[in-house]
Design a protein. Structure first.
Ligand SMILES: [Zn+2]
Length: 410
């Protein structure tokens, strides 16, 4: 074998096992594997997973706080501030910023990613070209899939429509939308479903941002998902409006979303930062409750979205931090609830992205991340980091534990 990861756990309540790897794939899982390997890694009883999956992130517009006007008062105006900075973005600048953010994600144990990339008259294809190149450069550590979308309108923006079709012809496998920024939101959603059918690609939409439950686009998305036969191929991100619904309205809607085969990505850092700007005190959280959605059968994932830009002026690429933040916002404390949040960074996210070869199973690519914890709940509660990561059986990350240096005792 090429690699054996010894003494690791696949779940918190199962005995330790070894994972054997040959030619980039998992070939054996079991206790005390009797085999020789070129490399042996002792996981010390820590938990293994197939890596974290980032289902929704904007690499090309990360790290631009210095290029944007400062926030003025309670109105965030993030869209206008980012839009104004886009014309001046140069390919080298985009690549350097996107690379820095991507490396933070890899350092935090992410092995799969869907990057949202916008195309329009202002940024043209510069963001797309940069992320596409980055995907090639970092294929040793992470699989990056691009979702192309129109941030600045589509029904009123033929340039965006033309550029989206151009990158879909170039092989991009997912198409998105931002109907809140279109004069005809329903028209934009229809256009995107038509593009998905024409190019046979997945759909991943920015949807239902807002402080009230008025005009919920999710109804139209569920209807179209069924009409087009696109169940299990549609995801929606944000869904802040779900957070203002009382349980008697939320639960039937959540069951409708689940039945249609639409998955939901909650982006707690952005949603918490952007929502409730109409209030001066007792500011509502504006973050959808993933525990209730999951209870109603919705496939939920948690992701990073924006990093160090006007939509979210923070970020370290840690998905575990997103799960911890979500737990805090949704007031979740039971071990099973925290473990469910970890699944929203791993198995559920892979399901949302339709990644059939994800997971620690014989035959799958040997993407193995050792987390410094004995259980998924501990990872989320204590923000436990990865100790090591392997992509297709090759070591990509070492993250040694900190060492304390107490004064010497005599
Ligand atoms: Zn987004």
């Amino acid at each position: 074998m090429d690699l054996i990861v010894r003494n690791t756990r696949l779940a918190c309540d199962t005995p330790p096992v070894d994972i054997g790897v040959a030619a980039g794939r998992i070939v054996a899982i079991g206790p005390n594997l009797h085999a020789e390997a070129r490399e042996v890694f002792d996981a010390g009883g820590c938990l293994a997973c197939a890596g974290l999956c980032e289902t929704h992130i904007h690499l090309e517009k990360s790290r631009i706080m210095a290029q944007c006007a400062a926030e003025d008062g309670r109105a965030a105006n993030a869209m206008a501030r980012v839009s104004a900075a886009k014309l001046a973005m140069r390919p080298e600048d985009i690549a350097a910023r996107a690379r820095a953010t991507l490396e933070r994600c890899i350092e935090n144990g992410t092995t799969r990613m869907r990057a949202q990339v916008e195309v329009d008259a202002k940024i043209g294809l510069r963001g797309y070209e940069a992320v596409k190149q980055l995907a090639r450069d970092y294929a040793w550590a992470i699989d990056i899939e691009i979702c192309v979308f129109p941030q600045e309108g589509l029904t009123n923006n033929p340039r965006s429509a033309a550029l989206m079709r151009e990158v879909l012809r170039d092989g991009v496998r997912a198409v998105g939308a931002a109907p809140d920024f279109d004069p005809d939101p329903a028209g934009q959603i229809r256009m995107v479903f038509d593009m998905a059918r024409e190019f046979d690609v997945e759909i991943d939409l920015h949807l239902d941002n807002g402080n009230t439950a008025e005009r919920m686009d999710i109804i139209q998305v569920c209807d179209l998902t069924e009409q087009y036969g696109w169940g299990e191929r549609v995801a929606v991100g944000h869904m802040c409006k779900l957070s203002v619904l009382p349980p008697e309205a939320l639960r039937p809607l959540a069951r409708r979303i689940a039945d249609a085969g639409v998955a939901v990505t909650v982006l707690p850092a952005t949603d918490l930062f952007m929502m409730g700007r109409d209030q001066t005190h007792s500011v509502r959280r504006g973050v959808a409750d993933v525990a209730v959605l999951a209870e109603c059968g919705v496939c939920c994932s948690l992701s990073t979205n924006n990093v160090l830009n006007p939509f979210t002026p923070y970020g370290d690429g840690s998905l575990v931090r997103m799960a911890n933040l979500q737990a805090n916002i949704n007031q979740l404390s039971r071990d099973e609830d925290l473990a469910a949040l970890f699944a929203m960074l791993t198995d559920n996210s892979a399901r949302l992205m339709n990644l059939p070869d994800y997971g620690l199973k014989i035959g799958n690519p040997a993407d193995i991340v050792i987390m410094d914890a004995s259980s998924p709940a501990q990872i989320v509660a204590e923000l436990r980091p990865p100790l090591a990561a392997f992509k297709r059986g090759v070591r990509t990350l070492s993250r040694p534990r900190p060492i304390l240096h107490p004064p010497e005792t005599v």
